[in-house]
Design a protein around this ligand. Structure first.
Ligand SMILES: [Zn+2]
Length: 430
């Protein structure tokens, strides 16, 4: 599709400005609606209603447990998805002249940690000095709402898309990626995908693959007066964690073979996210379980990395007497997916960069994000260009998460101009 006229650009950006208060009102409502994993229903109902009111054909569907382990886009899951669902709104022109587009965002958010530590309560959606606060404000409800209003702005400018457009609001990105996997398995792909994760208005050039594990150890309980007759599961876990730090160092050392990652401090980041163990202050503990994640490099096979992790734990058990009785066992409890590298010469990226410039936001920098992204599923399992670019946000997954309102406006303009250019538009008649 050819370039937009300057008049069309101006009309689209004016429409973004005109509806921006409504956009932030919807964002505030969504931030005030807690949508942790498995509990996304209320937020998804709201999105489905918003899309239906705009005339999209709306599909609600959950993650089919029968597909996990069969379709490669799915990762191991530990929850039942029966009370939660994805929402995809589709719009199809009568005759197709351009390239299709899917704007994807996840609605699930991570836990708040101690709400008392927040200056602005996590579900308040407070605004102060140009920032909107709340869990999920940046990661990534701002992007989800920007997707909807970007398409609105093109229409409000009197233009009609000449290629199919999808708005995807997916569940369970933060643990498994299975919401987007379910969308792909159901056929919801497009010629390009954009995911406005909070990237501070930069493009993601590459990300890491990630696997999420749990490890259980067992002890032998005893009374403290006979402590030596027992085996402490907590002590064993501390030993095992010290071994895992060596695994992290080893995988980090491989970065020298991956130029995009060589300059990063800790690209694989072994994070131990939870630990639970012990039964009683005055009993030698019988059980301990940790959950965590570790990254690896694009091109690596996720299942092979998982086997490598299991083998490492097995060697630690055999080689360290303190672990023999503890019988460490590895389970896979979340995302198990490779990383990806976005082709810098793709038509999608070229068009996106031009949209950034046309929106007045300059040519964006590109950077490497050492974490899981749903974009990897589209790139690796569907072979589609997946652009990750979104607003300036701070303290995501932390305390007083916030997103910049000015940045949301800029990103919405870029998304709108990209959608119009990529898909193609015509003047709406009548
Ligand atoms: Zn996110």
């Amino acid at each position: 599709m050819s370039k937009l006229s300057q008049a069309a650009v101006d009309r689209i950006l004016a429409a973004v400005d005109r509806t921006f208060d409504d956009q932030i009102a919807l964002l505030s409502d969504l931030v005030s609606t807690p949508t942790q994993r498995g509990a996304e229903r209320a937020g998804q109902e709201r999105i489905a209603t918003e899309l239906e009111q705009r005339g999209y054909a709306v599909d609600r569907f959950s993650v089919p447990l029968s597909e996990i382990g069969r379709h490669p886009a799915f990762s191991p899951a530990t929850i039942d998805y029966s009370d939660t669902f994805n929402v995809v709104g589709s719009w199809h022109p009568e005759t197709i002249a351009g390239r299709s587009l899917a704007l994807n965002a996840h609605i699930d958010v991570v836990p708040t940690a101690d709400p008392a530590l927040w200056r602005h309560p996590p579900y308040s959606a407070d605004q102060e000095d140009g920032w909107l606060y709340g869990r999920g404000a940046g990661d990534m409800k701002a992007g989800l709402v920007a997707n909807i209003f970007a398409i609105d702005a093109v229409r409000a400018a009197g233009l009609e898309f000449t290629a199919p457009v999808q708005i995807q609001s997916v569940i369970d990105e933060e643990t498994t990626g299975n919401g987007t996997a379910a969308a792909i398995a159901r056929g919801y792909v497009a010629d390009a995908i954009v995911i406005p994760e909070p990237t501070d208005e930069r493009l993601v050039r590459a990300n890491t693959g990630v696997i999420k594990f749990a490890i259980k150890v067992r002890g032998v309980p005893a009374h403290p007066r006979n402590a030596s007759s027992g085996v402490s599961a907590l002590d064993a876990m501390i030993v095992l964690i010290s071994h895992l730090k060596a695994l992290e160092s080893g995988w980090n050392a491989e970065r020298s073979a991956h130029p995009l990652f060589a300059g990063l401090d800790n690209p694989v980041a072994l994070n131990l996210g939870t630990i639970r163990g012990g039964e009683w202050p005055a009993s030698v503990p019988c059980t301990c379980r940790i959950e965590g994640r570790i990254g690896f490099y694009p091109g690596d096979d996720a299942a092979a990395r998982a086997r490598e992790f299991e083998a490492f734990v097995a060697v630690a058990k055999r080689s360290d007497d303190r672990l023999k009785a503890a019988m460490p066992q590895v389970e896979w409890v979340g995302v198990m997916q490779p990383g990806y590298v976005l082709d810098g010469n793709s038509a999608a990226e070229e068009t996106f960069r031009a949209a950034c410039v046309a929106a007045g936001n300059g040519d964006p920098a590109a950077y490497v994000m050492p974490c899981y992204l749903d974009a990897a599923l589209f790139a690796v399992h569907a072979g589609r260009p997946a652009i990750v670019y979104g607003p300036l946000a701070e303290s995501i997954h932390a305390i007083d998460e916030r997103v910049s309102l000015d940045s949301i406006r800029r990103v919405t303009g870029t998304l709108a101009l990209f959608a119009a250019t990529w898909c193609g538009v015509r003047e709406r008649s009548g």
